[in-house]
Design a protein around this ligand. Sequence first.
Ligand code: NAD
Length: 359
Amino acid sequence: MVGSTMVSPFGGGHEQVVFCQDEQSGLKAIVAVWSTALGPGLGGTRFYPYADEHAALADVLALSRAMAYKASLAGLDLGGGKAVIIGDPRRDKSEARLRAYGRFVESLNGRYYTACDVGTFPEDMDVIARETSYVTGRTTAHGGAGDSSVLTAFGVFQGMRASAEFIWGTPSLSGRRVGVAGVGKVGRHLVGHLIEDGADVVVTDVDPRAVDAVQAAYPSVKAVADTASLVREPLDVYAPCALGGALDDETVAALSARIVCGGANNQLAHTGTEDLLSQREIVYAPDYCVNAGGLIQVADELDGFSFERAKARAERIYATTLDVLHRAKDEGVAPSTAADRIAEQRMREVGRLRGVWLP
Ligand SMILES: NC(=O)c1ccc[n+]([C@@H]2O[C@H](COP(=O)([O-])OP(=O)(O)OC[C@H]3O[C@@H](n4cnc5c(N)ncnc54)[C@H](O)[C@@H]3O)[C@@H](O)[C@H]2O)c1
């Protein structure tokens, strides 16, 4: 690897980074395990047309680290792992390529469990499962959890209720104006919870079909042209549910909302954005704290999936978010820093127990 944009697999503290290639099927994949301090690394497989392998490596290194924090904060006995398959899922996905990938996952002998992510679906996990048992996010027909966005949205809603309790002294969102950017799988389910709670919802999406689907299901939902317009609307809560980097300086400056709480991963565009939010007295419920419901949902498959058990665990996101926000206030730090501290503390304290030798 050459060039100034090179990312070192050794630089980020990862335990293991595995490059996988099967020329016949065209498979080029990278599996990254950041930590197994709390258990096997569990994280989805992103099937994405990366510009080059450096971009793929950078993505999988960052994503696997984030999974460790998400699992730890959610109280799961899981480390942090993630995988990427380089390619266009619409063009390059084939049974042979997925099964070749499954054999590499199997070769890690349970240090890494895979699941769905951008570009992969429960049906793909069923194909991968023909070569490995270290796979979750399977279809309900195969005993899996199916679409993980159901509990992701439910968890985000819990995080939003906790943030409302923190700011307004009541968890109810009734009468609050909530802006949802991106009404795909997570955003759409979130809108359902909000409407049921009596919120006034305004949405946007680059795909007009997504907006039409939400308005067909919930006629009271208002839509605006784009995210730039949405963040300038009078809002009580802003919920980024599309892509990463949603909270850049311009967005934070434009927001009238008191709370930011959404499903998207990696919402802070750069280091320092969390301070801008604090300066504007906007409470930011950390993304990986509130969007852990999907991880909780697929992790439950390891014990034989029970939706009710997974839902009960996702409900705890309410208490975790409240804990994060109070700790941030008490310690005079941004909520994202408080969340990191709690996650790191658990990794340290519980991970250390592996050092107690069991005969
Ligand atoms: N699905 C899960 O279980 C899960 C779990 C944790 C985190 N997340 C994160 O939540 C976010 C949404 O995931 P999803 O599963 O709903 O994905 P999705 O692809 O179903 O939905 C994303 C939606 O955002 C829209 N969008 C894209 N760019 C946009 C833009 N610039 N402005 C407005 N809308 C835009 C898309 O058209 C799409 O409708 C992602 O960041 C994902 O990483 C998802």
